[in-house]
Write a protein that binds this ligand. Sequence first.
Ligand SMILES: *[C@@H]1O[C@H](CO)[C@@H](O)[C@H](O)[C@H]1NC(C)=O
Ligand SMILES: *[C@@H]1O[C@H](CO)[C@@H](O)[C@H](O)[C@H]1NC(C)=O
Ligand SMILES: *[C@@H]1O[C@H](CO)[C@@H](O)[C@H](O)[C@H]1NC(C)=O
Ligand SMILES: *[C@@H]1O[C@H](CO)[C@@H](O)[C@H](O)[C@H]1NC(C)=O
Length: 712
Amino acid sequence: MIYIRLCLVIAIFGLSVIVAPQNIAPYRIGVGRADCTGPPVEIAFMGYANLKQKGQGLHLRQYSRAFVVEKDNQRVAFVSVDVGMVGHALKREAVKKLQARYGEIYTLDNIMVTATHTHGAPGGFLMHLLYDISILGFVPQTFDALAQGIYLSVKRAHENMHEGRIFLSKTTVLNANINRSPTSYLVNPPEEREMYEHDVDKTLTQLRFINTDDQLIGVFNWFAVHPVSMNNTNHLVTSDNMGYASMLLEKEYNPTKLSGKGKFVGAFANSNLGDVSPNILGPKCAKTGNACDVHTSACPKGEGECFSSGPGIDMFESTKMIATRIYEKASTLLKENEGREITGEISYIHQFVDMPSYNFTTINPNTNKTQLIKGCIPAMGYSFAAGTTDGPGSFAFQQGTITDNPLWNAVRDFIVSPTQEDISCHSPKPILLATGRATFPYEWQPKIVATQLLKIGDLIITGVPGEFTTMSGRRLKRKINETAFEILMNSSRQNTQDNPNNLEIIIAGLANVYSSYITTYEEYQQQRYEAASTIFGPHTLSIYIHQYQKLLKAMLDKTKVEQGPIPPYLNDRMLSLNTGVVFDGHPIGEDFGSVKVQPKKEYKLGETVKVSFIAGNPRNNIFHEKTYFTVERQINEERWKVTFTDANWETRMYWERKSTILGFSDIHITWTIGPDTTPGVYRIRHFGNYKYILGGVFPYEGTSRAFKVNSE
Ligand SMILES: *[C@@H]1O[C@H](CO)[C@@H](O)[C@H](O)[C@H]1NC(C)=O
Ligand SMILES: *[C@@H]1O[C@H](CO)[C@@H](O)[C@H](O)[C@H]1NC(C)=O
Ligand SMILES: *[C@@H]1O[C@H](CO)[C@@H](O)[C@H](O)[C@H]1NC(C)=O
Ligand SMILES: *[C@@H]1O[C@H](CO)[C@@H](O)[C@H](O)[C@H]1NC(C)=O
């Protein structure tokens, strides 16, 4: 008996010895999500630079997703936002809100804010004229919605922090992305291209966060693809392919919660997506389906525009297919691969850099002569106006343009002319817009950018202030790895917790400041869209490599760098031609929330329910964390259960202005009944606010009549 007890004690003791080390949590971790949806109507979307692409409703809500990690009093936060890009003013505002609450725990230096780069969300938040001009200027409502959402996601991550562990793993996603400037990629050196199988990165890198009960609390994935599955004819706010992938992952791990709710956070953040398209059927001429010219992406006269699409029959199906492919790989990875645990120390470094004045000398490997590398004053090339095969531009500009045109130059010079120095600095780029010389009414494009590294053990997240092309990202990654390897291998640093053989470098694009594109020097010579939009000239990438190597050394050596020049903050000078809501009205005999079109009495699975309400302007209230409508199923006489909201893929909201003079408008809600829907009695309710003609904003609501959903 005693013997048995003793054995038991030994066994339990032994077990605890074996188990205990695994449960040591090296970090404190927290994840959070918050709604940051912008005004869904009347404001132009950011991305395609198309004035006519204004919001007319809502398909998917925008969210900000954050994680916070801390060890030994060192803390970093990473944020991925469903938005076109992030500007300094936006990050600064979110940090200001965090500091008002938590003091100096969060600073510009230890938070990295990145955009997924969806092209289906309202703009007007960047405070640089070129980026806000197609939105008709600055839109405070968009800016505030984003700043608040970013703040709240970090706050929630902060407040949920507990002991936990972090694991890293990788997988390959084929069939979700292609290169949209393949001829440019091909001019990179053959020995460099030979290191890679594809002309875009197909790797998905995953970081998972596990609490001490072995529960998965959050997953952050990085993958390189433009969220442009929804094309420039879309008018519904959407987080596009990456946003929907997040929603699918969150649905899987928050199974009983409504879309956008629940503790588990699943993010898909961007990477070196500069030349990467999700429209994998490739470019075709719109009218004939013939191939476009590979270098100029032009179509013969009469064959229409050159644009890419696919893989679905329309843009909604394409979005769903790309999202599902990315999500499924991430989900499988979670189940099938344990991943490698990350345990090392946390550090971070941040520096503002004035790109036009950056210079250094180097030995040119081709000539063995010293060469001066320097940045240029920002300028956009002709091919910028050609747009891309994901969203063609206007005025018959072609990609790959290296000769200028006197007429366009005259138009350009009417705005502001580039100096001789600008022209030679940017060569062979013909300058269409000398954005760095324009000061009226304020800066057109940034000169000062943010450069930043976050280090969690042997993972280094490189936050870059723009869209790196595939090879630019790969080159930067290789250089960071090499430099870190050299430093960490140095015998005098043997006490480090990091294993130099295990380094993982993530390129987190569109971080902190937006400065358009970054191509390699070789790609730059081709002057396709991405090169024409590389605003600091041919050596932009070399400068970044130089700068990030410098930051990396300082971070690993624990030396401080200067803050650098602070970007101007121009909030008191913003130009805006967008008007607010004037007032809302409704026809006599009706009221706000009255049902204008009732649902049918019965539906089968797969059918689409449509209802219309007399409505106010959705800009009166963006309903963060709430919804403009609910689809409800009857439980009993009194109780209805909300089954879908405006955040669901299955539902859409369209807003229609019936009369500008009288302020009349309708809201149309559709719900496509999915195959897994529980049959029963349903109704749709709409919530809104109207603006009274004599002032004040008031809530209203409306409810459709009940209808039956049958099992077939
Ligand atoms: C956008 O997608 C729709 C289908 O959803 C298609 O009819 C249209 O031609 C596409 N337009 C462009 C410019 O890609
Ligand atoms: C440059 O120098 C290296 C090493 O000194 C040499 O191997 C190479 O041939 C030189 N290249 C040229 C173009 O002179
Ligand atoms: C990082 O650099 C080291 C040294 O050059 C090399 O052995 C290793 O394979 C590199 N890792 C990656 C992921 O490129
Ligand atoms: C290795 O460390 C020593 C001492 O800190 C330093 O002098 C040397 O330059 C380092 N070497 C490299 C390759 O970083």
